[in-house]
Design a protein around this ligand. Structure first.
Ligand code: ZN
Ligand code: ZN
Ligand code: ZN
Length: 364
């Protein structure tokens, strides 16, 4: 990842450490490391860890054989490569000095945390999530730009699917076709493509399988991938042949619920009030018990991250937060309907990253 100001992110991380009276931040696997350093570690058994002291130079401790993968950023961190016969836990412990409080990333193999706790029994280890979340939850303009590009790529595929034959193919076949279409239309890496046909649509996270799609099926198509490390995620509804009235009614309820929730997004409102905006439409129509999941999830370097748009979350939305709005109605044995866009909360209003038509699309 290029084009981001990693030094500024490191500085913000340090300011969070000062506020929280934490001596050092330790970040291993997962998206926190590329966020802070531009480097994505291989999720293997050898230890990679950024050691970010509150005062002092950040050090990226990395296996010697992976050091060539690191883009040097001397203004952001120094690299300490460890050889095959060295003990990386001892190296990290040495860099931590006399830390009384350390924060450690959620995506760290437990073997390394246990090792550090043994070497440094006086150090208190806390989850780094409050710090990493505070940084990552507000997207910079360049990050929003990548979310926009990723969304536009997914929208092109959603449009192409209107002319795409479904009937006679298995869900898995269509799922693989969508992956290829994403990569042919500007997505760097296809991520996932849920294709849930007929009664399978009533299972929100149905895995595309060997069911053959046929005339009369409603199909939930939920897909996304990454552009420059940032995810897309959109759901649209297709129907093989003309949908019956009952389907159209349920689809319209979900469409209105999704629209109401998107319209509710603005700085200062709570996450749960956005969930409520969608849920009250579906409840008023008598389908409340069939909307069986939260309204949305944050998105960025990870496909699911903070903030979660869920009942019980009093978190106030702020400009720069990016998340999905994806209400659904799931009727067991019949069909499911979900409509999903990624949106960004802005000072001047909400921006949708997905803009393909939200009506049911009749396909062959
Ligand atoms: Zn999901
Ligand atoms: Zn989705
Ligand atoms: Zn989603």
């Amino acid at each position: 990842m290029t084009g981001f100001d990693y030094a500024a992110r490191m500085e913000r991380a340090r300011r969070e450490l000062v506020v929280r009276e934490v001596d050092v931040l330790l970040i291993s696997l997962g998206s926190d490391l590329p966020y802070l350093t531009g480097y994505t570690a291989m999720p293997l058994e050898r230890l990679t860890m950024a050691v970010v002291p509150r005062d002092g130079e950040p050090v990226l401790v990395i296996p010697e054989l992976e050091a060539p993968r690191v883009t040097p950023r001397p203004d952001v961190f120094r690299v300490h490569a460890w050889g095959e016969t060295e003990d990386p836990v001892a190296i990290v412990a040495g860099l931590m000095g006399r830390a009384t409080q350390a924060m450690i990333g959620d995506h760290t193999w437990s073997v390394f945390l246990l090792g550090l706790q043994q070497v440094l029994p006086a150090t208190r280890f806390l989850s780094a999530r409050p710090v990493t979340e505070a940084l990552r939850i507000i997207k910079e303009p360049a990050e929003i730009g990548l979310l926009r590009t990723a969304g536009a790529s997914a929208d092109r595929v959603a449009a192409l699917l209107a002319d795409h034959p479904f009937a006679g193919k298995t869900e898995l076949q269509v799922s693989r076709e969508i992956g290829a279409m994403l990569e042919a239309n500007g997505t760097d890496v296809a991520g996932f493509a849920i294709v849930a046909s007929g009664p399978n649509g009533a299972s929100p996270h149905h895995e595309a399988g060997d069911r053959i799609i046929r005339e009369g099926d409603a199909i939930v198509v939920d897909f996304g991938g990454k552009v420059g490390g940032y995810s897309s995620d959109t759901t649209r509804m297709y129907h093989v042949g003309d949908p019956p009235l009952r389907y159209r009614e349920v689809h319209e309820i979900v469409r209105v619920a999704q629209q109401e929730a998107v319209a509710a997004v603005q700085p200062g409102v709570t996450a749960e009030s956005v969930d409520r905006a969608a849920r009250s439409v579906i409840e008023a129509a008598g389908y409340g018990e069939y909307f069986i999941h939260r309204t949305g999830h944050g998105i960025g370097l990870d496909g699911h991250e903070d903030p979660y748009i869920v009942s019980g979350s009093s978190r106030e939305l702020e400009a720069g937060m990016a998340f999905s709005i994806e209400p659904g109605i799931y009727l067991p044995g019949e069909f499911g309907v979900r409509i999903e866009d990624i949106v960004v909360c802005g000072d001047g209003g909400v921006e949708r990253m997905n803009n393909s038509p939200r009506d049911v699309v009749v396909v062959a």
